[in-house]
Design a protein around this ligand. Structure first.
Ligand SMILES: [Zn+2]
Length: 620
């Protein structure tokens, strides 16, 4: 084999195996003890001094014939056994006379195809320290790869003395400690021998022995240094709170048949990082439990519920009882509802107690052109402006029925829109003395209508005060969007109480209000009162309204509230087919109230009080 380009130079066919055969191979192969002392490490370091170099050169010269173009047999060198045979090495070496073993620094290595060694022109001193061959400490075995041609023809020696750590990156939890294990030249290196440094002492502290302490969430780089070699390990500190225990908060929970309840679990510590739980029932035919701890009472009985933590598999159990709870009442939370046209809402009805086993309800609307309601859902859809009655029935106990009146309004309507309020200012200028039945079908009779009383001090006619309050009330109600039906707007009418009642009945009023003033012999009597009859089909509505009206007038005028009273002898109330209340606004037989009721201001206050009561009653 020809080796080109070496003719004039001091040429050297340098087989790497030769280097080791000469410098290392004859010595014991590297079997460095852990933390071997320097002297021992250096035993295998080839440090050709002038004498050693001479010796080798001489040795080489003895065997090799000088030649300008030395050849080396391909088989001669490289794949020698670990204890490299000196023969081919010596041969290669012997082909170079001019090797200056003391001056290996400026070496020109040329690799020739087919030749598994390197050729070098040596013009300096070569010192090999910590040599690796094929990544392993030099033992004089197959060489070659640790020499490379440097960019300027320099010999580059790969360092065989590697310092490594058992982890290049670590993830540790806050509060944890961990030891980083080091390896130097393939052997364990005691941590205490290295110098340690943390890039962020607040995150990870490192002891002189190489023990890492994770202090807080964050990142740091740990560097270990030994004999000029360094190794880094990236450390990420997490802040994970682990589950130590779990406990179901209720020891003996109860769930109603057909109902659900949520079981809660308490962790120790209170807020672990991983709060995932698994719930399980010992008997799904009695009680089911979902992934959120929501139990469903399927049948009366008991079942053991177990909760298990995802983190650490901690568990707790409780004995769940499923019991039947019978309904006690059906509650429809409003007597009146309003909805804007085109909107939907859920009927606010419930079966009580809340945890009853049979909460099912059936819903119906009396006028589905105004509003429809889902038979089982209770969802109302407002279809048309108007009024309908929503009926709610318990599916478990069909005798439990509730109704509410629903007003569907044009969006933006006034607060009392949709309501029809009947106002009957009592009496008139000329009475009708003809007798009429006091009630439909009654044999008892009374005057058609009277002229009423007069103010004992002011002589103001009651019919006039009744009319003036009525007109003020009508104005207020209309301003709030209500429809008002008045039986009269002047005193000069001829209308019996029955005719008046029928006017309001025919108008389909939501409430018929009879306006009056009291008068008795005793001038000390004062205050307002309301009357309703208790023999109608509207007793509850009339009574509730009567109470509110007395309260409202008293509130706005400051007069005494004499309360809501039952009286079945008023013709106007008896002929009403709607809720109806007769209002005695005050005593015109009392000087103070007579004067007040004759005043525009006080009449306005009475009207205010009535409006207040109506808004409360109709939930407007
Ligand atoms: Zn009267």
């Amino acid at each position: 084999m020809k080796i080109k380009g070496l003719s004039r130079a001091v040429a050297l066919a340098l087989c790497l195996s030769l280097l080791f055969a000469c410098g290392l191979g004859e010595e014991a192969p590297l079997a460095e003890p852990v933390d071997a002392p320097v002297s021992e490490l250096e035993e295998w370091v080839l440090t050709p001094g002038p004498e050693g170099a001479d010796a080798r050169v001489l040795a080489a010269e003895e065997d090799a014939a000088p030649t300008a173009e030395p050849t080396i047999a391909p088989t001669a060198a490289p794949t020698a056994a670990p204890t490299a045979s000196p023969e081919p090495a010596r041969r290669g070496f012997s082909e170079t006379e001019a090797i200056d073993t003391a001056t290996f620094e400026n070496v020109n290595l040329v690799h020739e195809a087919g030749f598994k060694g390197y050729l070098a022109t040596v013009q300096g001193t070569l010192t090999l320290k910590d040599v690796l061959i094929e990544g392993k400490p030099a033992r004089g075995v197959s060489p070659f790869k640790f020499f490379k041609l440097g960019p300027k023809g320099r010999i580059v020696v790969e360092d065989g003395a590697q310092l490594t750590a058992d982890a290049a990156a670590l993830c540790v939890n806050r509060g944890d400690t961990q030891k980083l294990r080091l390896t130097y030249r393939g052997k364990h290196l005691s941590g205490g021998k290295a110098r340690w440094k943390s890039s962020n002492e607040k995150v990870v502290k490192v002891s002189k022995a190489g023990v890492l302490s994770a202090l807080k969430k964050g990142n740091a780089v740990i560097t270990a240094t030994y004999r000029g070699r360094s190794v880094k390990c990236r450390v990420a500190v997490t802040n994970i709170v682990y589950v130590q225990a779990v406990e179901i908060t209720e020891e003996k929970p109860v769930v109603s048949l057909n109902r659900t309840a949520r079981l809660k679990a308490r962790f120790t510590p209170a807020k672990p990082t991983n709060r995932k739980l698994t719930w399980k029932s010992s008997d799904e035919s009695v009680a089911a439990v979902d992934e959120n701890g929501v139990v469903t009472g399927v049948a009366v009985g008991t079942a053991t519920i177990t909760v298990t933590t995802d983190d650490g598999g901690k568990a707790d159990t409780c004995l769940l009882t499923v019991k039947e709870v019978r309904p006690t009442s059906l509650n429809l939370e409003h007597r009146f509802l309003t909805m804007d046209l085109g909107t939907t809402m859920k009927t606010p009805a419930r079966v009580l107690p809340e945890n009853n086993s049979y909460p099912g309800l059936a819903y119906a609307s009396s006028d589905t052109s105004v509003a429809t309601v889902g038979k089982s859902t209770g969802i109302i859809e407002a279809k048309k402006c108007g009024v309908t009655t929503i009926t709610v029935t318990s599916t478990w106990y069909p005798k439990a029925v509730k109704t509410c009146k629903l007003y569907v309004l044009e969006p933006g309507s006034g607060p009392m829109a949709g309501l029809i309020i009947g106002i009957n200012p009592g009496h008139q200028k000329t009475g009708i003395n003809k007798q009429y039945p006091m009630a439909p079908g009654s044999s008892k009779t009374g005057r058609g209508v009277g002229v009423g009383a007069g103010g004992h001090w002011t002589h103001m006619a009651e019919y006039e005060t009744n009319l003036q309050v009525g007109l003020k009330l009508a104005k207020r109600l209309e301003d709030l969007g209500a429809t008002v039906v008045m039986t009269r707007t002047t005193n000069d009418v001829m209308l019996t109480n029955i005719e008046r009642a029928k006017m309001l009945n025919d108008a389909g009023v939501d409430i018929a209000l009879q306006l009056h003033c009291d008068a008795v012999d005793d001038p000390s009597f004062h205050g307002c009162a309301t009357y309703y009859r208790d023999n109608s089909s509207w007793v509850t509505e009339s009574r509730d309204m009567a109470k509110l009206l007395a309260k409202g007038i008293s509130y706005d005028t400051g007069c005494v509230n004499r309360g809501a009273k039952v009286y079945n002898g008023y013709m106007s109330l008896n002929w009403s087919t709607t809720p109806a209340v007769l209002i005695e606004m005050g005593f015109i037989s009392n000087e103070k109230e007579d004067r007040l009721l004759a005043s525009d201001d006080y009449r306005g206050k009475v009207a205010d009080g009535i409006v207040r009561a109506l808004r409360v009653y109709f939930e407007r």
